[in-house]
Design a protein around this ligand. Sequence first.
Ligand code: NAD
Length: 230
Amino acid sequence: MIRVIVAGAAGRMGQAVAGAVDGDQEMQVAALVDPVLDPGPGHYGDLASALADAEADVVVDFTRPSVVFENALGALRAGVHAVVGTTGLDDEQVETLGAQAAKSAGNILIAPNFAVGAILMMRFAAEASRHMPRAEIIELHHDRKLDAPSGTALRTAGLMDGEVPIHSVRLPGLLAHQEVLLGGRGETLTIRHDSLSRESFMPGVLMAVRAIRARPGLTLGLEPVLFGDR
Ligand code: NAD
């Protein structure tokens, strides 16, 4: 059994993760962590208390940009693996987490997007950018998303050739969507991905939870797990 602590368990993603872990035959929920959770067995208001109290193998973090760094560092220092979906970590924080993972028993996987279709979109966009001269990204999300541009858009642009401007749209009714538009002579190519429900992220999250033990140090993105590279 893989024992999983869900940080951000009362949030939109955290609730879906807790349900997905609970429904997986190889996993069990070791603790639910969220300051707004009702008190109850296995419920904690902060990750440090859960790590001190509950036996766990992996922390899955879907919290806030302002707390994710401390949470991930705390998990690694406790020798527990971390699967991080929260976006907003800067390069220096990612580097620090990588260095901590390299010297502790805990490994870390940080992925801005766990949807398999979104990862394929990023790969296809990177490939297309080698062959078409210009590209721009439009990312569209629900209006309660705290960061802009999205972590997925930044990562997509980082994987593509050339300067790729990003446009962010925040509207109620949306969930998570991205279009990569490429332009050439007399033609355009549009690669679009839509997450229609938070279920879209769960197969990727469970895949990461299963894989993390065998991936020493830092893994960036779900791609190495999905495509089988290091
Ligand atoms: P949300 O606001 O619904 O949930 C965040 C939860 O974290 C809240 O319940 C909040 O109370 C809790 N929280 C705050 N401080 C905490 C702490 N110190 N310890 C534990 N919990 C704490 O947000 P959401 O929509 O679930 O998104 C969470 C994050 O996940 C965002 O950064 C979002 O961009 C990201 N996200 C990533 C993916 C992906 O595939 N990687 C997909 C969707 C969302």
